[in-house]
Design a protein around this ligand. Structure first.
Ligand code: EPU
Length: 429
């Protein structure tokens, strides 16, 4: 079994370089099979979710070449199979993007229902609604979603709720469909814009990504392209919070500061100093406790749910009572018990967590319940007195490239160690 072992108390200091965005990469990689000719993707994060996406492509017959650690070439001309291997698809949430791309390429797709639901109920009704509106039929049997179509046609789709995944899947499914498809009440996350830019660089005609109305005029063919994935908003935010929490002075490099505004504005409000440059942010923390704060997670440009656990860790040491309202997921407080082991004072009632600031956290053996819960425990461990051992770190490695290495480079005392015993079952997010 592998664990992160952290000896807390070091102030982080120096530069950290941010990798490509996980949630953009896991959409762009399946989309790369739509090009006639190879696609070269740069700034691809070297994380487990990406490895699984690439394995799925290879199993299906695509040629995947690693040009260097963060650059891959995908040539999909030999893909014939429209069934995504069950176990692999179940191990990542983003495998549902193969529904949209395979439907576009072959008018047929069969993919397992997205796996284990660590954040509460996560239905895919809005994805299915899009496929149906475009003219496809679907069925769910034996754990597999199967969709097929004789002919697809452009249409107008109004999302009943704002969803990143269904917005992306609708773009993927509609990109080559004859006529105009209009998506209303669409999600506006930076990775949606990135996917639209990628598809447009292949010859697609997509307008409005980044607003709540996206217009997709179907094109006959898409071609291979070279494309660099945007920096990861959540990885950036995680290091910003880690810098603040340790009273450090860290410059976050290779980023798009605009994407970080919802995070920067909260940190500034708490008393953290942030200096912005073109492609970096300097985060200067303080030795004194930060101001308490309330936050509510919202779709972009609101405060991202994927930063909620990390902020909770920071707020455990702030002055006074903070209230966090989680409005995206039913159950995203599964890290709370673990933070309590470290001395945090948090109570949860449904979608609301109340955090009473305490003077100190102390190291403890804890478990990462999911990816961002794991990031929150790392932040808590960096501030805690003594040693924190984090189990189930495969969650963290699904979405953060070389996290221990990057933290060590800015002064953290963290290492990955092997312990006797098996790793827990892997659950998808
Ligand atoms: N929802 C529905 N029906 C649907 C789709 C979604 O009710 O058909 C609900 C979900 O249950 C959830 C809300 O809508 O309550 C938002 O879900 P969304 O579709 O936006 O999320 P997702 O596509 O499943 C992606 C990221 C998540 C991130 C969310 C929100 C990927 C692979 N995952 O999930 O990332 O939290 O968007 O921004 O892109 C993470 O990186 O830690 C992570 C969980």
């Amino acid at each position: 079994m592998e664990k992160f072992v952290i000896n807390g108390g070091n102030r982080l200091n120096g530069d950290v370089f941010i990798s490509g965005a996980k949630n953009a990469a896991v959409a762009i990689i399946p989309a790369a099979i739509l090009g006639e000719g190879p696609c070269v993707l740069e700034n691809v994060p070297n994380i487990n979710d990406v490895t699984v996406c690439l394995k799925i492509l290879s199993e299906m017959g695509a040629e995947v070449r690693l040009l260097n650690k963060n650059t891959i070439q995908i040539d999909a001309k030999h893909i014939r199979d429209t069934v995504v291997p069950y176990e692999m698809a179940r191990s990542i949430r983003a495998s549902y993007y193969f529904l949209g791309t395979l439907l576009t390429k072959f008018n047929h797709a069969k993919v397992s229902m997205p796996g284990g639901c660590a954040l509460g109920d996560r239905p895919i009704d809005q994805h299915l609604k899009c496929f149906k509106a475009l003219g496809a039929n679907y069925s769910i049997e034996h754990g597999m979603v199967e969709i097929s179509a004789e002919k697809l046609a452009g249409t107008q789709i109004y999302f009943d709720k704002i969803t990143v995944g269904a917005t992306i899947n609708a773009m993927l499914a509609a990109v080559k469909v004859e006529g105009l498809t209009i998506l209303e009440n669409a999600a506006r996350e930076p990775h949606i814009v990135d996917l639209a830019n990628f598809l447009n660089s292949m010859g697609a005609d997509i307008m409005g990504a980044g607003t709540d109305v996206i217009k997709i005029r179907g094109v006959n063919r898409l071609v291979g392209t070279n494309y660099a994935i945007i920096p990861d908003q959540i990885e950036s935010g995680t290091y910003m919070v880690a810098a603040a929490a340790t009273g450090g002075d860290v410059t976050i490099r290779n980023i798009i500061p605009k994407h970080l505004e919802p995070i920067s504005s909260k940190l500034t409000k708490m008393g953290v100093l942030i200096e912005e440059s073109d492609d970096s942010l300097r985060v200067v923390g303080s030795n004194r406790p930060y101001e308490r704060m309330n936050l509510k997670t919202m779709p972009h440009p609101g405060f991202p749910t994927d930063m909620q656990p990390q902020f909770a860790a920071l707020l455990t040491l702030s002055n006074g009572t903070s209230i966090i309202t989680e409005s995206i997921y039913e159950d995203r407080f599964r890290y709370v018990d673990e933070l309590r082991r470290m001395g945090a004072d948090i109570s949860v009632d449904g979608k609301v967590a109340v955090i009473e600031g305490v003077e100190k956290l102390t190291g403890a053996p804890v478990k990462a319940a999911d990816l961002r819960a794991g990031a929150a425990l790392i932040i808590a461990g960096l501030c805690a007195k003594g040693s924190t051992e984090i189990e189930d770190i495969y969650h963290i490695e699904r979405g953060y490239e070389d996290m221990a290495f990057k933290l060590r480079a800015i002064g953290a005392n963290i290492e990955k160690r092997k312990f006797p015993g098996p790793d827990a079952m892997r659950i998808a997010l």
